[in-house]
Design a protein. Structure first.
Length: 129
């Protein structure tokens, strides 16, 4: 099993550089791959800010990629929760932070918007500092 960097996934999902896209596609066709949570977080940011993908486009691309039989996620439960919460309006990075904090007593933040969104989407206790 191999782990891949953000740029490999971005090439695969955007196809913006044909030679690199072909190499990324070939890699995903022949290897067993694990994708770390940090790479997923960075991919979402790059696709949204650098490529101007819309939220639903990113989540659909992720779900298709993560559904491949040879692709595993470092923490699939965290990513599944983050995708669900993000689709319900939570910032993707915030959703990952909260999903990774489920076993904590509470998640403390200064972000009022995050607190409000967490109350609607999760059972994670979020407290204002």
């Amino acid at each position: 099993m191999i782990s891949v960097d953000t740029n490999v996934i971005v090439r695969l999902l955007t196809g913006d550089d044909k030679p690199q896209f072909k190499r990324a596609k070939a890699l995903f066709e022949k290897e067993d791959i694990i994708i770390t949570t940090t790479v997923i977080l960075e991919c979402e940011w790059v696709l949204r800010y650098a490529y101007h993908f819309k939220q639903n486009e990113i989540m659909n691309a992720f779900q298709s990629l993560f559904g491949l039989s040879n692709v595993q996620l470092q923490n699939p439960v965290v990513i599944a929760d983050a995708i669900e919460w993000h689709q319900n309006g939570m910032d993707f990075a915030d959703a990952i932070h909260l999903a990774q904090s489920k076993d904590s007593e509470a998640f403390v933040t200064l972000d009022k918007k995050l607190i409000k969104s967490a109350l609607k989407n999760t059972a994670v206790l979020v407290r204002k500092l």
